[in-house]
Ligand binder design. Structure first.
Ligand code: AMP
Length: 210
């Protein structure tokens, strides 16, 4: 099974992808995570892309496609995978099936912009186990500390208000046309992403199994 999760930054793609990856025993491929890993390891590529990511711009198609091609060769991808954050523009969508073969579905998680700034600026994550929190809607038991592993929580550098606004802008101008691209191909299912995490999860599973 291979499918794409699309939606604006903060729509909940990462949260749902983690749950879906467990449910279907398939890999979760987040291009944002792959790129952040390069920055954390201070590779040559990491140094090259860090400013673009801090400002909320898009990394070049060539770089991201190359990373994706490498990632899908890994053993955990043999049953399939969920693409989270790819494709991000129409050229990436046009080239995707040449890289991964036929897609089963494209799920769009739809959330109004007005909810996004609040969701993202309050978002905190654990750098060790990947657990995600929100300072108001899903706070950890001890402020700033991961419930799961005790690590100090961090805020992503691009989760500040100014960058989030820029990322939303990039999404509407560049990524939203990808939704029409997949609608025309008959692959798109749109899910309302503003309710409870579990309800959104079951709506996605239903759409995938239709
Ligand atoms: P995300 O974790 O999906 O919100 O992605 C964080 C950042 O990584 C984005 O703002 C972009 O700078 C970069 N990025 C992630 N995926 C892509 C992609 N498919 N194409 C270009 N840039 C990407």
């Amino acid at each position: 099974m291979k499918f794409v999760l699309i939606g604006c930054p903060g729509a909940g793609k990462g949260t749902q992808a983690k749950k879906l990856s467990k449910h279907y025993d398939i890999a979760h491929i987040s291009t944002g995570d792959l790129l952040r890993d390069q920055i954390a390891r201070k590779t040559e590529l990491g140094v090259e892309i860090s400013k673009i990511m801090e400002e909320g711009g898009l990394v070049s198609d060539e770089i991201v496609a190359r990373m994706l091609k490498g990632r899908i060769q890994e053993a955990d991808c043999k049953n399939g995978y969920i693409l989270d954050g790819y494709p991000r523009n129409v050229p990436q969508a046009q080239g995707l099936e040449d890289i991964v073969g036929k897609l089963d579905k494209v799920i769009c998680i739809d959330v109004e912009d007005s909810k996004i700034i609040d969701r993202m600026t309050g978002r905190r994550g654990c750098p060790k186990c990947g657990s995600m929190y929100h300072v108001r809607y899903n706070p950890p038991k001890i402020e700033g500390v991961c419930d799961n592993c005790g690590e100090k929580l961090i805020q992503r550098k691009d989760d500040n208000e100014e960058t989030v606004k820029n990322r939303l802008d990039v999404y509407h101008k560049t990524t939203a046309p990808v939704i029409d691209f997949y609608k025309e191909k008959g692959l798109l299912a749109t899910i309302v992403g503003s309710g409870e995490i579990e309800d959104i999860f079951s709506d996605i599973v239903k759409a995938l199994e239709e």
